[in-house]
Design a protein around this ligand. Sequence first.
Ligand SMILES: Nc1ncnc2c1ncn2[C@@H]1O[C@H](COP(=O)(O)OP(=O)(O)O)[C@@H](O)[C@H]1O
Ligand SMILES: [Mg+2]
Length: 160
Amino acid sequence: MQKTPVYPVIVSMGNDIQDKSGEIISDSPDFTIEVGRALGMGARAGDVFALFGDLGTGKTIIAKGIALGLGIADEITSPTFTMLEIYENTPPLYHFDLYRIDRTEEFGMLGFEEYWYGDGVSVIEWAERAGDLLPPGAVKIQLFHLDENRRRIIIEHPAH
Ligand SMILES: Nc1ncnc2c1ncn2[C@@H]1O[C@H](COP(=O)(O)OP(=O)(O)O)[C@@H](O)[C@H]1O
Ligand SMILES: [Mg+2]
């Protein structure tokens, strides 16, 4: 029996979400999780998702979706104090939260680039904090707060 798509917008994007840049309006946290899941399902070792957006725009929610798409059902929380949380998986997930970094020079000393160019999937909250050190191949995802339950999500793939 054909399963009825719960999220027709994402389903209609099909595999496009993996390689086409575009904009999605999410009207619930669950929808944002599905956007993340679609990205995570198509992710491969070495992929980097750079998340940009103010506090409360849904970066951790989309990270949770990416994790689900990779097959990781663990609870995902922003690694605010550790800045990096590693989830063992094939491929592993490296979840970063760079909120506490305020200078790129400081950042250069942490050695995170080793992970970004490694064999896991990296998801980076507050990616703007990495400045020029962000890998050029990263998928950039910007989140904007529209109202209480709506977010604008802009996805930019590096090749486009
Ligand atoms: N459409 C939506 N997408 C994502 N989160 C939403 C949405 N609508 C409301 N929210 C709420 O916004 C908050 C986003 O939190 P979080 O993902 O931790 O933000 P960030 O990591 O960007 O600081 C959550 O409380 C979530 O329930
Ligand atoms: Mg967060």
